[in-house]
Design a protein. Structure first.
Length: 349
């Protein structure tokens, strides 16, 4: 009897020691397709944000072998309804988690519609250089071959790995690892929905094994100047997309609505037609910062090319798409309204 007791005690101590050695990963759920439910497994229709975080965790076989997992529900919305308020709540909570040593890494489950914007916002505002991984799914939890559990398993694998340390905010999807800055949703429905059009993935994850081939070359989140502590809102920045024969009504409406900044999704190299050049001139006279981005999915918008930015008073978004350029301009405007400094942010972050 005594030998049996001692053996059980030793096994228990060994198990607890093993558990303590596992990385501590906190999963923060925000809703989205990954938490969606449909009426039928073989139909695409579903409602986002129906499944709570504990059920998401329970649906991932073997996740307990990767890390000690805890979960929190931050929000439960479809990411078409993602908001600056939720971004700021996420930022505050993640900074608290690392400040209080509650976890070694964070995984965020998120809808795919605005996942790239959340990833970039967090990469610009988090103050701790620990793994933060964002993932989601293209099929709801009730769908045939739902991809959510696999993506969560992969995201936890990356968050728990030594390779992810000092890599900033990453997006893990369909076994690819992308930087929060460069990840873009490029398919409306396919499982391989995310890529980095200019640079490609920086790594892959397969069967719990993480392979990182590159590091982000832009300034790290530890160097970010954008401290939103104490802020309850961000300056309004609107996106106006151009097309053949586009009128100036979009820019005019943004001026009238009180926007502090405007990002144009311009033609080609961020070009503006004559009607919108006039509207941009009016916006700049009123003190509104205008950043030229492009509706083209790859390449950079370059200074002093077909558009004379020095004469017009515009800045360029470099290789950021319009929606990501909006994120950086909102944060930049919390620091300065000087166009030269704002332009430098676009070249550095």
């Amino acid at each position: 009897m005594r030998i049996t007791f001692i053996l059980c005690f030793c096994l228990l101590v060994g198990f607890n020691s093993y558990a303590q050695q596992l990385p501590r990963i906190k999963i923060l759920a925000t809703g989205g397709t990954i938490a969606g439910k449909g009426a039928s497994a073989d139909r695409s229709a579903y409602t986002s944000g129906e499944v709570p975080v504990q059920d998401l965790i329970a649906a991932v076989p073997g996740i307990e072998k990767l890390a000690t997992i805890t979960g929190e529900q931050i929000s439960n919305v479809g990411s078409q309804d993602m908001s600056v308020d939720i971004w700021m709540k996420l930022n505050k909570r993640i900074n608290e988690i690392f400040k209080n040593n509650e976890a070694d890494g964070v995984v965020i489950t998120h809808g795919t519609d605005t996942q790239e914007e959340t990833a970039y916002f967090l990469s610009l505002t988090l103050r701790y250089d620990k793994p933060v991984i964002i993932t989601g799914s293209m099929r709801p939890s009730t769908g045939i071959s739902a991809d959510g559990p696999k993506n969560i398993f992969d995201a936890v694998s990356v968050a728990a790995s030594k390779q992810a340390a000092h890599s900033g905010v990453l997006l893990v999807f369909n076994e690819n690892i992308l930087t929060g800055r460069d990840a873009v949703k490029t398919s409306t429905t396919h499982l391989n929905a995310f890529t980095a059009p200019n640079n490609g993935p920086i790594g892959q994850v397969y069967d719990g094994k993480v392979f990182l081939y590159e590091k982000e070359t832009r300034k790290s989140n530890k160097e970010t100047p954008f401290d939103i502590t104490g802020l309850t809102s961000l300056p309004r920045v609107d996106v106006v997309e151009l097309y053949a024969d586009a009128p100036a009504t979009g820019i005019e409406a943004s001026i009238a609505a009180g926007a502090k900044g405007i990002v144009t999704g311009g033609l080609g190299n961020g070009n503006l037609n004559k009607a919108n050049v006039t509207a941009v001139e009016d916006a700049i006279k009123k003190g509104i910062i205008v950043a030229r981005a492009s509706r083209v999915p790859t390449g950079r918008v370059t200074l002093l090319d077909e558009t004379d930015d020095a004469k017009l008073g515009t800045i360029v978004a470099d290789d950021l798409n319009p929606q990501k350029a909006r994120v950086l301009l909102m944060l930049g405007l919390t620091k300065t309204s000087d166009s030269k400094q704002l332009q430098q942010y676009f070249f550095e972050y």
